[in-house]
Design a protein around this ligand. Sequence first.
Ligand SMILES: C[S@@+](CC[C@H](N)C(=O)[O-])C[C@H]1O[C@@H](n2cnc3c(N)ncnc32)[C@H](O)[C@@H]1O
Length: 311
Amino acid sequence: MEYPHKPVLVEEIVKYLVAIPDGTYVDGTVGMGGHSLAIGMALTGKGRLVCLDLDPDAVRLSRQRLAVLGKRVFVIKAGFSELDRVLGDLGVKQVEGVLLDLGMSSYQLEMSGRGFSFRREEPLDMRMDPEKMQTAHHLVNNLPVRELEAILKDYGEERRAKSISRAIVKARTTKPVETSLQLAELIKSIFPPSFRSRARHPATRTFQALRIAVNKELQNLETFLNRIPTMLVKGGRLVVLSYHSLEDRLVKQAMVHWERRCTCPPDFPDCVCGKVPLFRRLFKRGLRASQGEVEENPRARSAILRAAERI
Ligand SMILES: C[S@@+](CC[C@H](N)C(=O)[O-])C[C@H]1O[C@@H](n2cnc3c(N)ncnc32)[C@H](O)[C@@H]1O
Protein backbone atom coordinates (compact mmCIF):
# COMPACT_ATOMS: atom_id res chain seq x y z
CA MET A 1 0.00 0.00 0.00
CA GLU A 2 1.11 3.56 -0.77
CA TYR A 3 1.12 5.69 2.39
CA PRO A 4 0.15 9.26 1.53
CA HIS A 5 2.85 11.07 3.44
CA LYS A 6 6.53 11.34 2.55
CA PRO A 7 8.60 11.75 5.71
CA VAL A 8 11.07 14.66 5.78
CA LEU A 9 14.82 14.44 6.60
CA VAL A 10 14.53 10.74 7.49
CA GLU A 11 18.25 9.87 7.41
CA GLU A 12 19.22 12.89 9.49
CA ILE A 13 16.49 12.17 12.04
CA VAL A 14 17.60 8.56 12.54
CA LYS A 15 21.23 9.69 12.78
CA TYR A 16 20.58 12.30 15.48
CA LEU A 17 17.87 10.40 17.36
CA VAL A 18 19.12 6.84 17.67
CA ALA A 19 22.32 7.02 19.74
CA ILE A 20 21.51 3.92 21.85
CA PRO A 21 19.99 1.26 19.51
CA ASP A 22 18.97 -1.04 22.42
CA GLY A 23 16.86 1.76 23.91
CA THR A 24 13.22 2.75 24.07
CA TYR A 25 12.23 5.49 21.64
CA VAL A 26 9.11 7.59 21.19
CA ASP A 27 7.66 8.92 17.97
CA GLY A 28 5.23 11.49 19.39
CA THR A 29 3.61 12.21 15.99
CA VAL A 30 3.54 8.87 14.17
CA GLY A 31 1.31 10.02 11.25
CA MET A 32 1.69 7.44 8.48
CA GLY A 33 4.64 5.85 10.28
CA GLY A 34 7.36 6.82 7.78
CA HIS A 35 9.81 8.07 10.41
CA SER A 36 8.84 5.30 12.83
CA LEU A 37 9.60 2.63 10.26
CA ALA A 38 13.10 4.04 9.72
CA ILE A 39 13.66 4.38 13.50
CA GLY A 40 12.41 0.84 14.11
CA MET A 41 14.83 -0.50 11.48
CA ALA A 42 17.73 1.26 13.21
CA LEU A 43 17.00 -0.37 16.60
CA THR A 44 18.33 -3.75 17.70
CA GLY A 45 16.03 -6.62 18.71
CA LYS A 46 16.03 -5.22 22.27
CA GLY A 47 14.98 -1.73 21.22
CA ARG A 48 11.38 -0.60 21.60
CA LEU A 49 9.32 2.06 19.91
CA VAL A 50 6.29 3.83 21.39
CA CYS A 51 4.27 5.74 18.78
CA LEU A 52 1.56 8.31 19.52
CA ASP A 53 -0.90 10.29 17.47
CA LEU A 54 -4.09 12.20 18.22
CA ASP A 55 -5.65 11.16 14.93
CA PRO A 56 -7.38 7.76 14.99
CA ASP A 57 -6.80 7.35 11.22
CA ALA A 58 -3.05 7.81 11.76
CA VAL A 59 -3.10 5.25 14.57
CA ARG A 60 -4.92 2.69 12.41
CA LEU A 61 -2.80 3.20 9.28
CA SER A 62 0.56 3.34 11.06
CA ARG A 63 -0.31 0.19 13.04
CA GLN A 64 -0.74 -1.66 9.76
CA ARG A 65 2.46 -0.25 8.33
CA LEU A 66 4.57 -0.87 11.44
CA ALA A 67 3.35 -4.46 11.91
CA VAL A 68 6.55 -5.57 10.12
CA LEU A 69 8.50 -4.46 13.21
CA GLY A 70 6.61 -6.97 15.38
CA LYS A 71 5.92 -6.72 19.08
CA ARG A 72 8.59 -4.12 19.77
CA VAL A 73 6.23 -1.38 18.59
CA PHE A 74 3.29 0.10 20.51
CA VAL A 75 0.98 2.50 18.67
CA ILE A 76 -1.25 4.48 21.02
CA LYS A 77 -3.90 7.14 20.44
CA ALA A 78 -2.67 9.97 22.67
CA GLY A 79 -1.20 13.44 22.46
CA PHE A 80 2.52 14.01 23.01
CA SER A 81 1.67 16.47 25.78
CA GLU A 82 0.46 13.41 27.75
CA LEU A 83 3.65 11.44 27.14
CA ASP A 84 4.51 11.19 30.85
CA ARG A 85 1.13 9.56 31.55
CA VAL A 86 1.48 7.18 28.56
CA LEU A 87 4.96 6.07 29.66
CA GLY A 88 3.68 5.61 33.23
CA ASP A 89 0.87 3.36 31.92
CA LEU A 90 3.45 1.27 30.03
CA GLY A 91 5.65 1.04 33.12
CA VAL A 92 8.47 2.95 31.39
CA LYS A 93 10.35 5.49 33.55
CA GLN A 94 12.57 7.16 31.00
CA VAL A 95 13.36 6.78 27.30
CA GLU A 96 16.44 7.09 25.10
CA GLY A 97 14.90 9.43 22.54
CA VAL A 98 11.81 11.31 21.42
CA LEU A 99 10.91 12.58 17.96
CA LEU A 100 8.24 15.18 17.17
CA ASP A 101 7.38 15.89 13.52
CA LEU A 102 4.93 18.73 14.10
CA GLY A 103 1.90 19.96 12.20
CA MET A 104 -0.37 17.96 9.92
CA SER A 105 0.27 15.09 7.56
CA SER A 106 -0.38 14.95 3.82
CA TYR A 107 -3.08 12.39 4.64
CA GLN A 108 -4.89 14.92 6.83
CA LEU A 109 -4.57 17.63 4.20
CA GLU A 110 -5.59 15.56 1.19
CA MET A 111 -7.66 12.61 2.37
CA SER A 112 -9.12 13.09 5.84
CA GLY A 113 -12.22 15.00 4.63
CA ARG A 114 -11.87 17.33 7.65
CA GLY A 115 -11.43 20.68 5.92
CA PHE A 116 -7.66 21.18 6.42
CA SER A 117 -7.25 22.24 2.78
CA PHE A 118 -8.53 25.49 1.30
CA ARG A 119 -8.70 23.73 -2.06
CA ARG A 120 -11.36 21.19 -1.06
CA GLU A 121 -15.07 21.37 -0.45
CA GLU A 122 -15.22 19.74 2.99
CA PRO A 123 -16.89 20.49 6.33
CA LEU A 124 -14.90 23.06 8.31
CA ASP A 125 -13.65 20.74 11.01
CA MET A 126 -9.80 20.71 11.26
CA ARG A 127 -9.70 18.54 14.38
CA MET A 128 -6.81 16.09 14.45
CA ASP A 129 -8.67 14.26 17.21
CA PRO A 130 -12.36 14.09 16.20
CA GLU A 131 -13.29 13.29 19.82
CA LYS A 132 -12.38 16.81 20.88
CA MET A 133 -15.25 19.31 21.03
CA GLN A 134 -14.03 22.42 19.27
CA THR A 135 -14.14 22.57 15.43
CA ALA A 136 -13.01 25.30 13.04
CA HIS A 137 -16.71 25.66 12.17
CA HIS A 138 -17.42 26.59 15.78
CA LEU A 139 -14.62 29.18 15.90
CA VAL A 140 -15.47 30.75 12.54
CA ASN A 141 -19.19 30.98 13.24
CA ASN A 142 -19.21 31.92 16.93
CA LEU A 143 -16.11 33.81 18.07
CA PRO A 144 -16.38 37.56 18.58
CA VAL A 145 -14.58 39.50 15.87
CA ARG A 146 -11.69 40.50 18.17
CA GLU A 147 -10.97 36.92 19.17
CA LEU A 148 -10.98 35.79 15.55
CA GLU A 149 -8.64 38.63 14.68
CA ALA A 150 -6.29 37.67 17.51
CA ILE A 151 -6.16 34.04 16.31
CA LEU A 152 -5.32 35.09 12.76
CA LYS A 153 -2.65 37.52 13.99
CA ASP A 154 -1.09 35.33 16.66
CA TYR A 155 -1.19 31.94 14.93
CA GLY A 156 -1.15 32.95 11.27
CA GLU A 157 0.91 36.17 11.42
CA GLU A 158 -1.78 37.38 8.98
CA ARG A 159 -1.40 41.08 8.18
CA ARG A 160 -5.02 41.36 7.05
CA ALA A 161 -6.36 39.74 10.21
CA LYS A 162 -8.72 42.62 10.89
CA SER A 163 -10.37 42.73 7.45
CA ILE A 164 -10.59 38.93 7.17
CA SER A 165 -12.23 38.56 10.59
CA ARG A 166 -14.66 41.40 9.81
CA ALA A 167 -15.57 39.80 6.48
CA ILE A 168 -16.20 36.45 8.23
CA VAL A 169 -18.43 38.04 10.86
CA LYS A 170 -20.38 39.97 8.20
CA ALA A 171 -20.86 36.84 6.06
CA ARG A 172 -22.06 34.70 8.95
CA THR A 173 -24.87 37.10 9.85
CA THR A 174 -26.61 35.94 6.64
CA LYS A 175 -25.72 32.24 6.92
CA PRO A 176 -23.00 30.19 8.62
CA VAL A 177 -19.72 29.50 6.81
CA GLU A 178 -20.01 25.73 6.37
CA THR A 179 -17.12 24.49 4.26
CA SER A 180 -13.40 24.98 3.72
CA LEU A 181 -13.96 26.16 0.16
CA GLN A 182 -16.60 28.72 1.23
CA LEU A 183 -14.15 30.16 3.75
CA ALA A 184 -11.30 30.17 1.22
CA GLU A 185 -13.46 31.98 -1.37
CA LEU A 186 -14.61 34.52 1.21
CA ILE A 187 -11.00 35.34 2.14
CA LYS A 188 -9.95 35.47 -1.51
CA SER A 189 -12.72 37.96 -2.25
CA ILE A 190 -11.31 40.60 0.10
CA PHE A 191 -7.78 40.47 -1.35
CA PRO A 192 -7.00 42.78 -4.28
CA PRO A 193 -6.93 40.99 -7.68
CA SER A 194 -3.10 41.29 -7.82
CA PHE A 195 -2.88 38.90 -4.86
CA ARG A 196 -5.02 36.27 -6.49
CA SER A 197 -2.38 35.28 -9.02
CA ARG A 198 0.37 34.80 -6.39
CA ALA A 199 1.74 31.33 -5.67
CA ARG A 200 0.55 31.42 -2.06
CA HIS A 201 -3.23 31.23 -1.71
CA PRO A 202 -4.62 34.23 0.28
CA ALA A 203 -6.26 31.79 2.73
CA THR A 204 -2.99 30.00 3.63
CA ARG A 205 -2.32 31.92 6.85
CA THR A 206 -5.95 31.89 8.01
CA PHE A 207 -6.13 28.12 7.59
CA GLN A 208 -2.84 27.66 9.46
CA ALA A 209 -4.11 29.89 12.28
CA LEU A 210 -7.44 28.10 12.63
CA ARG A 211 -5.77 24.67 12.62
CA ILE A 212 -3.34 25.76 15.34
CA ALA A 213 -6.19 27.20 17.43
CA VAL A 214 -8.52 24.20 17.00
CA ASN A 215 -5.82 21.72 17.99
CA LYS A 216 -4.16 23.93 20.63
CA GLU A 217 -0.90 23.12 18.90
CA LEU A 218 1.32 25.67 20.61
CA GLN A 219 -0.09 24.95 24.09
CA ASN A 220 0.53 21.21 23.56
CA LEU A 221 4.08 21.87 22.42
CA GLU A 222 4.76 24.11 25.44
CA THR A 223 3.41 21.49 27.85
CA PHE A 224 5.57 18.84 26.20
CA LEU A 225 8.71 21.00 26.32
CA ASN A 226 8.15 21.73 30.02
CA ARG A 227 7.88 18.03 30.84
CA ILE A 228 10.41 16.35 28.53
CA PRO A 229 13.65 16.92 30.53
CA THR A 230 12.65 14.39 33.23
CA MET A 231 11.53 11.80 30.67
CA LEU A 232 14.90 11.36 28.93
CA VAL A 233 17.83 9.32 30.24
CA LYS A 234 21.28 10.95 30.29
CA GLY A 235 22.54 10.73 26.71
CA GLY A 236 18.92 10.57 25.47
CA ARG A 237 17.98 12.69 22.48
CA LEU A 238 15.15 15.04 21.60
CA VAL A 239 14.65 15.70 17.89
CA VAL A 240 11.98 18.11 16.65
CA LEU A 241 10.93 18.96 13.11
CA SER A 242 8.92 22.22 12.83
CA TYR A 243 7.21 23.78 9.82
CA HIS A 244 6.67 27.39 10.83
CA SER A 245 8.42 30.03 12.88
CA LEU A 246 5.94 29.97 15.80
CA GLU A 247 6.65 26.36 16.73
CA ASP A 248 10.33 26.52 15.80
CA ARG A 249 10.75 29.54 18.09
CA LEU A 250 9.35 27.61 21.06
CA VAL A 251 11.65 24.66 20.39
CA LYS A 252 14.71 26.84 19.91
CA GLN A 253 14.01 28.92 23.03
CA ALA A 254 13.55 25.76 25.13
CA MET A 255 16.80 24.23 23.87
CA VAL A 256 18.78 27.44 24.41
CA HIS A 257 17.33 27.75 27.92
CA TRP A 258 18.17 24.12 28.81
CA GLU A 259 21.72 24.56 27.58
CA ARG A 260 22.38 27.65 29.71
CA ARG A 261 24.31 27.63 32.94
CA CYS A 262 23.66 30.12 35.74
CA THR A 263 21.25 32.89 34.70
CA CYS A 264 22.04 35.31 37.58
CA PRO A 265 22.79 38.93 36.58
CA PRO A 266 26.52 39.37 35.81
CA ASP A 267 27.02 41.72 38.80
CA PHE A 268 25.93 39.05 41.33
CA PRO A 269 29.01 37.94 43.28
CA ASP A 270 27.68 34.37 43.64
CA CYS A 271 25.13 32.27 41.79
CA VAL A 272 21.78 32.20 43.54
CA CYS A 273 19.75 30.56 40.74
CA GLY A 274 21.61 27.23 40.86
CA LYS A 275 20.80 26.58 37.20
CA VAL A 276 22.74 23.75 35.60
CA PRO A 277 22.65 22.81 31.91
CA LEU A 278 20.14 20.05 31.14
CA PHE A 279 20.84 19.52 27.45
CA ARG A 280 23.49 20.24 24.85
CA ARG A 281 22.35 21.12 21.35
CA LEU A 282 23.75 18.76 18.70
CA PHE A 283 24.00 21.70 16.26
CA LYS A 284 23.22 25.38 16.77
CA ARG A 285 21.47 26.38 13.56
CA GLY A 286 18.28 24.61 12.56
CA LEU A 287 18.95 22.05 9.83
CA ARG A 288 17.12 22.37 6.50
CA ALA A 289 16.30 19.83 3.80
CA SER A 290 18.50 19.77 0.70
CA GLN A 291 17.35 21.28 -2.58
CA GLY A 292 17.00 17.74 -3.97
CA GLU A 293 14.70 16.67 -1.14
CA VAL A 294 12.57 19.82 -1.51
CA GLU A 295 12.17 19.13 -5.24
CA GLU A 296 10.96 15.60 -4.47
CA ASN A 297 8.86 16.57 -1.47
CA PRO A 298 7.61 20.18 -1.35
CA ARG A 299 6.57 19.78 2.34
CA ALA A 300 10.28 19.69 3.15
CA ARG A 301 10.71 23.32 2.04
CA SER A 302 9.69 24.86 5.36
CA ALA A 303 11.00 22.09 7.65
CA ILE A 304 13.52 23.02 10.36
CA LEU A 305 15.19 20.29 12.39
CA ARG A 306 16.59 20.79 15.90
CA ALA A 307 18.17 18.19 18.15
CA ALA A 308 19.53 18.15 21.69
CA GLU A 309 21.06 15.56 24.03
CA ARG A 310 20.19 15.22 27.73
CA ILE A 311 23.28 15.61 29.88
C1 LIG B 1 3.72 15.81 10.01
S1 LIG B 1 2.68 14.53 10.55
C2 LIG B 1 3.78 13.26 11.02
C3 LIG B 1 4.20 12.39 9.88
C4 LIG B 1 5.06 11.22 10.29
N1 LIG B 1 6.33 11.64 10.82
C5 LIG B 1 5.26 10.24 9.13
O1 LIG B 1 6.42 9.92 8.82
O2 LIG B 1 4.26 9.80 8.54
C6 LIG B 1 2.14 15.11 12.10
C7 LIG B 1 1.22 14.16 12.85
O3 LIG B 1 1.21 14.62 14.21
C8 LIG B 1 -0.08 14.44 14.72
N2 LIG B 1 -0.21 15.35 15.86
C9 LIG B 1 -0.36 16.68 15.86
N3 LIG B 1 -0.39 17.16 17.12
C10 LIG B 1 -0.24 16.10 17.93
C11 LIG B 1 -0.15 15.95 19.35
N4 LIG B 1 -0.26 16.98 20.18
N5 LIG B 1 0.03 14.71 19.84
C12 LIG B 1 0.14 13.64 19.00
N6 LIG B 1 0.06 13.72 17.66
C13 LIG B 1 -0.11 14.94 17.14
C14 LIG B 1 -0.99 14.71 13.56
O4 LIG B 1 -2.25 14.09 13.77
C15 LIG B 1 -0.21 14.11 12.39
O5 LIG B 1 -0.60 12.79 12.14
